[in-house]
Each structure stands twice: as C-alpha cells, then as structure tokens.
Design a protein around this ligand. Sequence first.
Ligand SMILES: *[C@@H]1O[C@H](CO)[C@@H](O)[C@H](O)[C@H]1NC(C)=O
Ligand SMILES: *[C@@H]1O[C@H](CO)[C@@H](O)[C@H](O)[C@H]1NC(C)=O
Ligand SMILES: *[C@@H]1O[C@H](CO)[C@@H](O)[C@H](O)[C@H]1NC(C)=O
Ligand SMILES: *[C@@H]1O[C@H](CO)[C@@H](O)[C@H](O)[C@H]1NC(C)=O
Ligand SMILES: *[C@@H]1O[C@H](CO)[C@@H](O)[C@H](O)[C@H]1NC(C)=O
Length: 343
Amino acid sequence: MNLYSIILVCVFGSFHFSMGENCPTEGIAYLPHSKCSHFYICLNGESAEMVCPFSLYYNPETTQCDFPEIVSGCSGGTRPPITSTEIPTTTTELPPGTLTECGQSIFADNGTIQYKLNENYDAGELCVFMIQFESGFLNTTFTLENHGFGDLDSEAIAVYKCDGELGLPTRLGSHTQKANLTGASGAIVIFRTTSSSGTGFKLSFKRNAIQSPEMRPGSYVVFNNETYSPLNIPLSNDTHAFVQNHLVFTSDSKIISEPDTFLKLSVTGFGNAGDETSSILMVYSFETGLKFERNIQWPSDDGKVFEFKTRGLFILVHLQFETLPIETGMVTWEKVSTQKAFL
Ligand SMILES: *[C@@H]1O[C@H](CO)[C@@H](O)[C@H](O)[C@H]1NC(C)=O
Ligand SMILES: *[C@@H]1O[C@H](CO)[C@@H](O)[C@H](O)[C@H]1NC(C)=O
Ligand SMILES: *[C@@H]1O[C@H](CO)[C@@H](O)[C@H](O)[C@H]1NC(C)=O
Ligand SMILES: *[C@@H]1O[C@H](CO)[C@@H](O)[C@H](O)[C@H]1NC(C)=O
Ligand SMILES: *[C@@H]1O[C@H](CO)[C@@H](O)[C@H](O)[C@H]1NC(C)=O
C-alpha cells in the first residue's frame, strides 16, 4: 500500500488557543495557513496552529493532510490568503491541549498527557506519546501530577529525550515525579504496565527555556498497527538538511504475550546513485528498557535487508544531514507468530 494514497488524520498540534481573527465564534473549524504544511484549528472562536505529519500539505477541500501534489493553490510551500467565506467546518470533537490516546503526537512546548486517569489500566500496556517542541531545542520539565500506579508498576513511565541518539530515560512513577530535559527537540513518553492493579496518570510538560531556537523539521509518529506498512524513507520529498524523524512501531499498544510471537521490523536500504552518506537510521527496541539494535547507513548498507524482533516496540530515529543526495529505504513491520518467519 502506498503511504501517500492514504489520507492521514493530523495529530500534530500546539493546542494553546489564541484569538483567531477568521475563526467562527462557535464550534470547530479548520482554516488554511499561509504555509501549506500548516493549518489552524478553531475552537469556539479561538485558533491553534497545527502542522501536518510527513511534510504533507493541508488540503482545505478535504480538511485533511494530503500529498502535496493533490493540494491545489500552493506554490513553493505557501498559499495566498483566503477569504473567510471559504471556511469549511466539521464536527470533530477535540480534546484541547491534552493527549489522551496511545499513539498521539503533539507539536507544542507545553501540554499534558492524561491517560486512564482514575481508571484501571490493563496488564501489558505499551502506550506511547510523542512531543515535538515548537520553539526549537528546549529545557523542559515533565511533572507527574497524578497517578495510581500499582507496586509492580512503580516506575511505569519512561521519558526519552530526542536530540539525535536516544540515551537513558528518566523513569517517573511512585519514586520520581519530575524529569528535566535539557536541549531537547522533543520527547518520547512510554507507559508500560506489568499488572492490572493500578490506575493511569496525568503528566504535564512545560518549557523552562529555549536552549536553541533552531528547528529540526521532521515527523514524530507512532504506528500501532500495520496499516501504513511498508513505509518509504524518506517520508516525503523533504529535501531539508537536518531532518529528524522519530517513528515508533507497536503491536496494538501492547506487549506481545503469546508464545513464539513477535513484532518483526524489516529495513531495506536502497541507497542512492552517489557514494556520500547523507543520512542514518538508528534502530532501537524496547521491552522493559531501551536496546540499541544497530545503525543503518548508506551507502554501506545499500540493498541489504535487516530484520529485528521484539515483544515490545521499535523506535527508529532517522537523521538526514544533507539536502542531497537523498537516500531511500523501506520499512515494513508485522506481528509474526513463529520464529521461522525470520531470515
Ligand atoms: C510555555 O510555557 C512557558 C512558561 O509558562 C511560556 O513562557 C511559553 O510562552 C509557553 N509556550 C508556548 C508556545 O505556549
Ligand atoms: C528542573 O528545572 C527547573 C527549572 O529550571 C528547576 O527549578 C528545578 O530545580 C530542576 N529540577 C531538577 C531535579 O533538576
Ligand atoms: C538549560 O539547562 C542546562 C542544564 O541545566 C543549562 O546549562 C542551560 O543554561 C539551560 N539553558 C537555558 C537557555 O537556560
Ligand atoms: C491503525 O492506525 C491508524 C492510525 O495510526 C488508525 O487510524 C486506524 O484506525 C488503525 N486501524 C486499525 C484496524 O486499528
Ligand atoms: C520526489 O521528487 C522527484 C523529483 O522531483 C519526483 O520524481 C518523485 O516522484 C517525487 N517523489 C515523491 C514521493 O513525491
């Protein structure tokens, strides 16, 4: 299946609403932005700026993020202003400022993740949230404001800082309620449970300082099923230098508990015509903690197929340093029920 044939629902957003001049005073509306990859969501007269994932363009005709080629009215990534009579409206409900579902991402400096607060969680949950900071590389504090974690899940949350390679996480739970990230372009938050005797949490994040206002474009996306497999790298014709993509793959936001069953990830490097390395793909798995699997680099890994397996999840960090040559590859993932399915 071609990724670009699928209309993606946009989940990136900075949900700090401000007064929007063109917003209707009631209900929810979507407005185009002068940058084609951006758009506004209006909620009762206030607007929040959003960004499409995968460098897709916002399509005012469908009110979705679409492949740039099929979005009309854009030239060089920008579009002329539109009049307010063209504003389309929809009835989608939105939880403003808060991530509540496993797999959601947000483009914001400040916000909240609230998952199963005061509700029992299940054993073997593996629920991931991603944050891409809006103002560059930040010093940020994560605060676990509320939780009902059971004794077996006393450190159920792991917060990973995004700024290239992934390092050690800060574990949050009964013992530690605050994590300070310094110079991070984003964060990956993993909630993992072993028992069902506990309730969820509320975790807030707040910007303390801007370490560097430099933005790294890129996508922060969680795939909790196989709908988008195979996925082509790069994710779009994104010819920016210093693109950072963070991709997470899980099997239905759960630890795989069936015997001889794994989530299998295959990465194929196609390379490019040249002999320069302009990007790198770092592969990690996570079951109880992070495990570095390997780096895949072009051109040395051209045409090779690498397979990985886990009962947990995979994290792929894709860094593109140069604008050209663009190196390409393909990622596929599936839940497989026997080890014979591996090379
Ligand atoms: C995030 O919170 C900080 C501290 O309150 C504030 O200075 C900043 O304006 C907020 N950032 C955004 C993008 O809302
Ligand atoms: C985290 O950062 C905040 C704001 O800079 C600071 O007040 C606090 O002491 C820091 N906490 C830790 C544990 O370093
Ligand atoms: C961010 O935090 C680091 C480590 O605490 C500190 O050295 C740096 O000065 C902070 N940056 C800003 C802009 O406050
Ligand atoms: C697969 O995940 C996508 C979002 O990543 C979601 O829209 C879709 O409903 C999911 N499909 C199934 C069958 O769960
Ligand atoms: C990327 O751009 C090249 C050259 O303009 C074009 O041939 C190719 O079809 C584009 N690929 C995608 C996925 O848009």
